[in-house]
Ligand binder design. Structure first.
Ligand code: FAD
Length: 414
């Protein structure tokens, strides 16, 4: 009997992670990955080698995500260039309350890890190209057609690929979702995220900062020090209304740093160096259907979230782990990976995690942007309460850092 065929359309962070997870957990599947950009390991700082996923951003990986990658034998490669998050400092501009969360308080080795997307891409793509997954790139998928027993993909140029299971992982603006007639809900936040690497006078000592300002949240994530560099670096993710963001993108480096210093304060000393700025429009996007016979929608194509709490990829990786487990079990039973019951089992198992994580990421920035005095007092109290009530704080950490200890996570570990 020939092996069941899985075709993954989209070789971003999610598509590549799924290909590697399947290679390890269900090695008898015949897996092909199609990506419109050349699948070459990118290098940090070399914009020519970036793809839409493995670009100039950095990602806060939860401790849970590090354990998933460990289970697939991939963590050592990624960990060669990550910075451990030891402490998360949450504060609100103009308010007295602030809270500190330390890994040691939860007996975890880290609250999470910050990795540059280019490095994540570098280590995942090296593992992919060394392995048995077939890659087709650069190749753009033009359209998809689903059938009762699988799906077909038509590539630009006319080549066709047949699959028992098609994984749609082509990002938030998924053209394959549209081509399959799968609708989506979209809520635009009227905000943009500016990202840039910032060099600062004081060492971050593994501290991540989440600062809520009336115009939007601002995060500074600790980065590993570059070889031979004298300054420590953090990755800025600054969410702002469109007009503010555009003005800041056009400002001089000096003006940008001065404004950032004013909003962020001196917790990292003087902010001295600004890397290249990039901006991302923000929207909550949710597919109206995640599975049908022979098709599963994953990653940003299924749910793209506000980046405020660093949840999007961590959630998608838990989806990846769950799908890989469901497919491995199906293969053992001799069931097709595109079987609707198998895919519904995956969808139902992830539904609560997806709903809770999406709601948390959606509501958090709003809560801190309300002008209402009563809400502001509650918020202040809320930040104090986090310091007073360990249970509440643990829940906040579990959600913001997406750290282990969640039942969802324990179930999906390979
Ligand atoms: C500013 C910012 C900061 C973030 N920070 C964090 C964080 O700290 N922690 C966290 O967990 N998440 C974070 N996220 C979310 C995270 O970036 C996403 O969850 C992740 O990028 C989703 O990856 P993906 O592979 O689903 O989609 P994408 O990254 O969009 O990748 C899709 C891939 O599909 C390819 N493709 C598209 N169309 C086709 C086609 N027709 N044919 C072939 N290939 C195609 C593209 O070239 C691309 O490689 C952040 C997001 C933003 C915007």
């Amino acid at each position: 009997m020939s092996a069941s065929r899985v075709v993954i359309a989209g070789g971003g962070m999610v598509g590549v992670s799924l290909a590697l997870a399947l290679e390890r957990q269900a090695p008898s599947l015949d897996v092909t990955l199609v990506e419109s950009f050349p699948l070459e390991p990118p290098e940090a700082g070399f914009e020519d080698s970036y793809t839409p996923s493995f670009d100039a951003r950095s990602t806060a990986l939860s401790y849970g995500s590090s354990l998933l990658y460990s289970g697939w034998g991939l963590w050592d490669g990624i960990a060669a260039q990550v910075r451990l998050i030891d402490t998360i400092h949450v504060s609100e501009q103009g308010c007295f309350g602030s809270t500190l969360m330390r890994a040691a308080d939860y007996q975890w080795p880290a609250l999470g890890y910050v990795v540059e997307n280019a490095w994540l891409g570098n280590s995942l793509l090296r593992a992919l190209l060394d392995g048995s997954v077939r890659t087709v790139s650069p190749a753009r998928v033009e359209r998809a057609e689903s059938r009762d027993d699988g799906a077909s993909l038509v590539l630009e140029g006319g080549d066709r690929l047949e699959a028992d299971l098609l994984v749609v992982a082509d990002g938030a603006n998924s053209s394959l979702r549209t081509s399959l007639g799968i609708g989506h809900r979209e809520h635009r936040y009227a905000q943009q995220a500016i990202i840039a690497n910032i060099g600062h006078r004081l060492d971050h000592e593994g501290r991540a900062f989440e600062r809520f300002t009336p115009r939007g949240p601002l995060a500074m994530l600790p980065l590993p020090r570059e070889p031979g560099a004298s300054r420590a670096r953090s990755a800025l993710v600054w969410t702002l209304p469109q007009a503010d963001a555009e003005a800041l993108l056009d400002s001089s480096d000096g003006d940008f740093l001065a404004r950032l210093q004013k909003e962020f304060g001196y917790r990292l000393g003087r902010l001295e160096q600004l890397g290249k700025r990039h901006s991302y429009p923000l929207a909550l996007v949710e597919a109206e259907e995640q599975v049908r016979s022979g098709v599963v929608v994953m990653g940003n194509a299924a749910h793209a979230l506000h980046p405020v709490a660093g949840q999007g990829f961590n959630l998608a990786l838990r989806d990846v782990a769950r799908l890989a487990s469901c497919l491995a079990q199906a293969v053992e039973r001799g069931t097709s990976p595109g079987d609707l019951e198998v895919l519904l089992g995956y969808r139902d198992a992830q539904a609560t995690d997806q709903a809770q994580t999406t709601a948390f990421s959606d509501r958090l920035p709003d809560l801190f942007m309300q002008e209402d005095l009563a809400v502001s007092a509650l918020r202040d109290l809320g930040l104090f309460a986090l310091d007073l009530a360990p249970g509440l704080k643990r829940e906040f950490v579990r959600r913001t850092a997406g750290v282990a200890a969640s039942t969802e996570y324990r179930d999906v570990r390979p």
